[in-house]
Design a protein. Structure first.
Length: 376
C-alpha cells in the first residue's frame, strides 16, 4: 500500500494562539512493514516526488535463494526456501513459519526430504491430535489440518518446482466438523447497532465499522485498511487492490445506499485511512455483551452479510466475487440460510404428490394398524 497523505494538527504560536499546522508525506509498505515519512516543509508535489523516489529504491538485500544452504533436499533448507518464496506472495506467512519450524524440530533440520514418509507424518498427526493447548483444552482438528496443509504445500513445491523430491508422500487430513452455523438475524443486527451507538463516547467509529462490515462482507483488516482514495463516490464502489486483500485478488465492492450515505456524511479531512490504526476488539466485545449476543466474533458479520445476501435473492457466483473467494466451496460455507427461509423455499414443492385425506384400506400402513390387537 502506498499513498500520499496530509496531516494536520493544532499548535500554539509565538503569541499563544492556536495555529493549524500541515505536513505532507507518504506511507509505504516495505517487506510487510509500514514506512511513513512526513515533512512540514513539503507540499503535496514534494510528497509525491518523495514517494516516487522511495518506490524506485531497490529492496534491501534480504535472504535470497542464492544465500540458502546448497543442499535443498534437506528439510531445514527447504523450509527456509519455502518461506523466502512465500513472503513475496502470501500475506499470512507468520502461521506457516511457526508450524513449519515445529516440523523442522520434530523431523530434524538435516533430515532428507525423501525420509519424511507418509508413516512418519501420520505418526506426527496422531501425536499432535493428542496434545493440549494452554487451558487444558485439546488441540482442534482444524489446527492440525492447517499444519498438515502447510507441510503438504512445501513438499509439493519440492517435488514439482524445485525437483529435489521424487514423489510427495500421502498426507491425509482429518475430517472437520462444519462448526457453528452462526449469523445474525434482523433483530440481532438491530441490537448490535444500538449497542455500538452506546459505545460512541469511547469508540466513536465502532458503529460505522460494523455497518460497513454488515453491508459489504469485507474482512475486518480490509475495512480497517481502507483509505479515502479507494472510496469512489462517482462509481459507487469501494476498491480493494490485491495488495490490500487477503486472497491477493483485486475486487470492487458496490456501496449500498446505507454505506454511501454513511461515508458521504463523514467529517473531514478525508485523507489517508478512514479508521484510526488499532484493533476495535475491546469496544466490539463491550457491544456484544450489551446486546447479549453469544458465540459472535467480528467474522460473524461476514457470515451475516453472506446469508442475508442469499436470502434476498443473490446467487453464489455473485457472492463469491463480492467476498473474494477463489473456491466457491468457501462461499457456500459462508452462506448459511435461515430455517425460515428454507421453509418458505420448500413451499415450491407443494403439489409434487397428491394430498390424501384418508388412507386406503389396501395400503401397507392400514394393514399394519389393523393387525394390532385391541387394548394393546
Amino acid at each position: 500500500m502506498a499513498s500520499v497523505q496530509r496531516r494536520t494538527w493544532l499548535s500554539r504560536g509565538p503569541l499563544g494562539h492556536k495555529v493549524r499546522k500541515v505536513a505532507w508525506g507518504y506511507t509505504l509498505q516495505v517487506d510487510r512493514k509500514q514506512k511513513r515519512k512526513f515533512d512540514a516543509a513539503w507540499s503535496r508535489e514534494d510528497a509525491e516526488k518523495a514517494l516516487a523516489a522511495a518506490l524506485l529504491e531497490p529492496p534491501k538485500a534480504a535472504a535470497s535463494e542464492t544465500a540458502l544452504p546448497p543442499d535443498q533436499s534437506v528439510f531445514g533448507a527447504a523450509v527456509e526456501r519455502y518461506l523466502v518464496a512465500k513472503r513475496r506472495t502470501k500475506r499470512s506467512i507468520a502461521e506457516d513459519e511457526r508450524v513449519l519450524r515445529r516440523f523442522a524440530e520434530h523431523f530434524g533440520k538435516d533430515t532428507p526430504l525423501a525420509d519424511i514418509t507418509a508413516a512418519k507424518i501420520s505418526a506426527w498427526k496422531d501425536q499432535d491430535l493428542a496434545r493440549t493447548v494452554p487451558g487444558g483444552k485439546p488441540v482442534t482438528v482444524a489446527t492440525v489440518n492447517r499444519s498438515l496443509s502447510a507441510l503438504k504445500h512445501l513438499l509439493r513445491l519440492a517435488w514439482r518446482e524445485w525437483e529435489v523430491l521424487d514423489k510427495v508422500p500421502r498426507i491425509t487430513l482429518e475430517k472437520e466438523s462444519e462448526g457453528l452455523l452462526r449469523y445474525l438475524s434482523d433483530e440481532e443486527i438491530a441490537r448490535l447497532l444500538t449497542a455500538c451507538e452506546g459505545q460512541r463516547a469511547r469508540h466513536p467509529y465502532l458503529g460505522a465499522l460494523v455497518t460497513i462490515a454488515l453491508n459489504t462482507g469485507m474482512r475486518r483488516g480490509e475495512i480497517m485498511g481502507l483509505t479515502w482514495d479507494r472510496v469512489k463516490f462517482d462509481r459507487g464502489v469501494l476498491m480493494l487492490e490485491g495488495i490490500h486483500a487477503k486472497g491477493k485478488t483485486r475486487r470492487e465492492i458496490p456501496m449500498t445506499d446505507t454505506v454511501d450515505a454513511l461515508l458521504s456524511a463523514w467529517p473531514g479531512p478525508r485523507d489517508g485511512r478512514l479508521f484510526p490504526a488499532g484493533r476495535p476488539d475491546r469496544g466490539y466485545l463491550h457491544a456484544l455483551d450489551t446486546a447479549k449476543l453469544m458465540d459472535v466474533t467480528f467474522h460473524t458479520l461476514r457470515h451475516t452479510f453472506a446469508s442475508h445476501f442469499m436470502m434476498r435473492g443473490g446467487n453464489l457466483y455473485e457472492l463469491q466475487k463480492l467476498l473474494g473467494h477463489k473456491d466457491i466451496t468457501m462461499t457456500m460455507r459462508n452462506a448459511h440460510l435461515s430455517p425460515e427461509h428454507l421453509r418458505a423455499s420448500m413451499e415450491r414443492m407443494e403439489g409434487i404428490t397428491p394430498q390424501f385425506s384418508t388412507i386406503s384400506a389396501h395400503s401397507p400402513v392400514a394393514k399394519i394398524d389393523n393387525a394390532v390387537p385391541a387394548g394393546t
